[in-house]
Design a protein around this ligand. Structure first.
Ligand code: FAD
Length: 785
């Protein structure tokens, strides 16, 4: 049996960690009296607690980052998930607490925060229940969805009601525009705030001494950087507080960086590593095969190319200009490595092609697939019919289905080649924790099965297309030989290079392979890649059928996502799951109106799991009116609703059913009007009382200019009186499904306009009316971006 241990070596930074003993047990925070945090060889380091609630791992990874960095700051951080109620005790907590909590679905708490939210909502808790608690809160959310950061706001608000105090202003990081925009500044100010809170909390605070705690909290808040980060948008000017932070850090680095070319020092005040790698010298003992721009001096420099023709060179993923290229850099601390890999013998049996670690998934055959759009349509929409007769799923219209998809074979192959693992693709591996890892709460990823092959790992377990986070870029620096490349990677993860990171990495959504292509001397070990790539997530699709109409079957509909080529990625590509599904169904794909013969009898299979939606459902009261808004593939759940309604009408001929309105929109009547015949059929038999369809491009491209409504919200306005009446006077239900980025927002604005006009309300009261409808679950969204 061949066994090789691969260990990721921590190089320069090893010496940066302070050699002090580990912190004392929980509750020891009062034992420090002097606050010599960083450089004192103290025996017991001040402690704080980090709590997270995380659905997809983002909040957890930020919480872990803070915990890891604490060590370097001379602090001890304990980390717990909000579900680990036996591991922390807020009722007795006397150290600062940092909460990192995301929001999921329609403003709901992540699964692992549900119990905690319930526990703090108890009405029996007194208003000073948490008067002893000092905390900071980072809420993660996505402004593309309703109820931005709702879970964070709920917990934060409730903690306040129960007497807890902020020692630092709450941050609201928006995944819709990139978490980093708020996250970076919030994290930067956090350490100073923790320091202040710790020094003030070092004086014992009796639980009943609310007045003192208020003073502490107020003082800390005033003196700590007041980060007003709420709803910061990409276009907003840099907030004053962030600018201050930036300036402080700059002057700090100016103070601490000596005039030498290659030096990493630990900046104890800013907590980040300040690196001065100004123009990498050719005598630098690193391999300088890529002399990336270090000789350039202007923003856009004119170079003489080999041909002698002057060329304007612009900044890019690999190229930077002054001031950035000459600036001293604040780079984040190196995330501590924590995984070891043991290589086992190659797999002699045929590798299973099923994702074994997904117990809740069932493999079902695809019985039919139909192309719903014409050949000349801009987007391609496909309907997939699953045969679930052997795996009955009690789905209801409004539910969705998680579909597992593998990474693309060609991308996995290229990545393995690039990582030097091509010949080991068939080898099995066993992961374990490094015995001496500095990472807190380190765990072997549970989603990687034991003894799986490298090929399997990259195919089914890791989201290889995810955008590498700055912490990953930071770690890549250590695996890069070329001096110029190293410097550029440092820039990209530094505070000073934040704009470049956004422009060249985050916005074009580059992935690991894109970075490795651009930085050829970067050779990360397998463990590092596993540590930083997130879990490959299944993709959800709304059910587009009713079991009453299609027993034993479930339909769903999707557009094949196309991403054009961009800077950093010369070739366009398709969405991972939609591209894979489209290849999978291609041999059996039906094109309506065309005669087809299928040579293949092999039936494609797919792994799926039901994802129930408790609120996006038809009302039990059949007399309630329904307003459904679903352009494009957003119409999917409404097909299910209408199929169900049709059956209910057949079975209950005596019942008076509420009106049903559907607002649908697409580009062209003849190219992408999805389910046209079925919808018109619903109208014909009275199941659908009003079908309002608009075409955004039809008359725009013809000789006539558009006069009718272009988008669903325009149609809503045309029927404002009916909408207001159905919704506000007849207690109807309004459903919105589809694109979260534009449509859902436009519809919401239009509804506000309609409510304001019909009820003679100002904007604020109209907003409150819509909020009430949401609370009553009569304004429901199932949207995605
Ligand atoms: P991915 O490869 O995951 O890419 C999708 C996203 O990644 C893009 O939206 C974009 O933000 C980003 N992205 C990745 N690469 C790039 C790049 N190069 N340039 C720019 N952006 C990039 N979809 C449907 O079509 N029909 C449905 O019925 C449906 N129902 C849903 C229900 C729910 C509850 C949710 C949450 C989502 C639903 N979706 C639906 C969306 C669906 O789950 C997938 O997100 C979508 O199909 C894209 O998956 P993908 O793997 O093909 O794309």
């Amino acid at each position: 049996m061949q066994q090789t241990r691969e260990i990721f070596h921590q190089e320069v930074e090893e010496s940066l960690f302070y050699n002090v003993t580990k912190g004392g047990p929980r509750g020891s925070s009062r034992s420090y009296s002097a606050f010599g945090l960083s450089r004192m060889p103290c025996e017991v380091k001040p402690r704080f607690l980090v709590l997270y609630g995380s659905q997809k791992g983002q909040a957890q990874s930020i919480a872990e980052g803070i915990t890891d960095e604490a060590e370097e700051k001379g602090l001890v951080a304990e980390i717990c998930c909000l579900s680990e109620v036996d591991k922390f005790n807020l009722e007795k907590e006397c150290a600062p607490v940092v909460f990192i909590v995301s929001t999921t679905g329609d403003g709901e708490p992540p699964d692992n925060a549900l119990k905690f939210v319930k526990s703090i909502k108890k009405k029996t808790l007194s208003c000073d229940h948490y008067a002893h608690l000092c905390y900071a809160f980072l809420a993660l959310g996505d402004t593309n969805y309703a109820n931005f950061c709702n879970c964070g706001k709920t917990i934060d608000g409730r903690l306040q009601e129960l007497g807890a105090k902020h020692f630092y202003a709450t941050g609201y990081a928006d995944d819709g525009v990139g978490l980093e925009l708020v996250l970076d500044s919030w994290l930067e100010g956090l350490w100073e705030a923790i320091r202040r809170a710790l020094s003030m909390m070092a004086v014992p605070q009796p639980k009943s001494d609310i007045t003192d705690m208020r003073a502490l909290s107020k003082g800390a808040l005033e003196s700590a950087t007041d980060v007003n980060l709420h709803l910061l948008s990409l276009n907003d000017p840099e907030p004053e507080s962030t600018a201050c932070l930036g300036k402080a850090a700059e002057s700090e680095s100016a103070k601490t960086v000596p005039e030498i070319t290659t030096l990493d020092i630990n900046a104890s005040e800013t907590g980040s590593t300040v690196t001065d790698l100004r123009p990498v010298s050719v005598t630098d003992n690193t391999e300088t095969s890529h002399n990336l721009s270090r000789v350039l001096t202007d923003q856009k420099s004119v170079l003489t190319a080999q041909s002698g023709v002057p060329a304007v060179v612009e900044a890019s993923l690999t190229l930077s200009f002054p001031p950035l290229s000459e600036s001293a850099l604040n780079i984040p601390a190196l995330p501590p490595p924590y995984l070891d890999v043991m290589w086992l013998e190659p797999n002699t049996q045929e590798e299973t092609s099923v994702p074994v670690s997904r117990e809740s998934f069932q493999e079902v055959p695809i019985s039919r697939s139909v192309r719903l759009t014409s050949d000349d349509s801009v987007k391609t929409a496909l309907m997939v019919e699953l045969d679930i007769s052997a795996h009955p799923m009690a789905y209801q219209p409004g539910d969705s289905l998680d579909v597992l998809c593998p990474n693309r074979v060609s991308e996995v192959a290229e990545l393995l080649l690039r990582l030097g693992l091509k010949d080991q693709a068939n080898h099995r591996i066993c992961l374990s924790l490094q015995i001496d890892t500095k990472k807190k709460a380190a765990q072997v990823p549970s989603y990687i099965p034991e003894n799986c092959t490298v090929q399997y790992l990259f195919t089914w377990c890791l989201e290889i297309r995810s955008v590498p986070k700055k912490a990953f870029v930071r770690s890549l620096v250590e695996c890069t030989r070329d001096g110029g490349e190293k410097r550029r990677l440092q820039e990209l993860c530094s505070k000073q290079g934040s704009a470049d990171y956004n422009l060249y990495v985050r916005d074009p959504k580059l992935d690991l392979l894109d970075l490795l292509r651009a930085f050829p001397s970067c050779q990360p070990p397998l463990t590092l890649v596993i540590e930083h790539l997130p879990r490959l997530q299944p993709r959800p699709y709304s059910a587009a059928s009713s079991r009453l109409r299609h027993p034993g079957h479930l339909h769903f509909v999707f557009n094949i996502i196309e991403f054009p080529a961009c800077t950093g990625r010369p070739e366009g590509r398709r969405g991972l799951c939609t591209g894979w599904l489209s290849d999978l169904v291609n041999p059996i794909l039906l094109h309506p109106g065309k005669v087809q013969f299928f040579s293949t009898l092999s039936i494609p299979q797919v792994h799926v799991s039901l994802r129930q939606n408790s609120s996006f459902r038809l009302p039990s009261d059949l007399s309630k009116p329904l307003i459904m808004i679903g352009p494009g593939t957003g119409v999917a759940p409404f097909i299910g609703f209408l199929q169900q309604r049709e059956k209910e009408r057949e079975e209950n001929p005596e019942v008076v059913f509420g009106e049903t309105w559907l607002f649908f929109g697409c580009r062209h009547r003849d190219r992408d009007y999805l389910f046209r015949e079925e919808l018109q059929g619903f109208v014909g038999i009275g199941t659908l009382t009003h079908l309002k369809v608009c075409f955004s491009r039809d008359s725009l491209e013809g000789p006539d200019t558009q006069t009718g409504p272009r988008y669903v919200q325009h149609n809503l306005l045309l029927h404002a009186k009916d909408i207001a009446n159905l919704l506000l006077r007849e207690n109807g239900y309004l459903y919105v499904c589809g694109d979260a980025k534009n449509m859902a927002k436009d519809v919401n604005d239009t509804l506000m306009e309609i409510v304001a006009a019909e009820l003679q309300l100002d904007k604020l009261d109209a907003m409150k009316t819509l909020a009430r409808l949401r609370e009553e679950k009569r304004y429901l969204q199932d949207i995605w971006s």
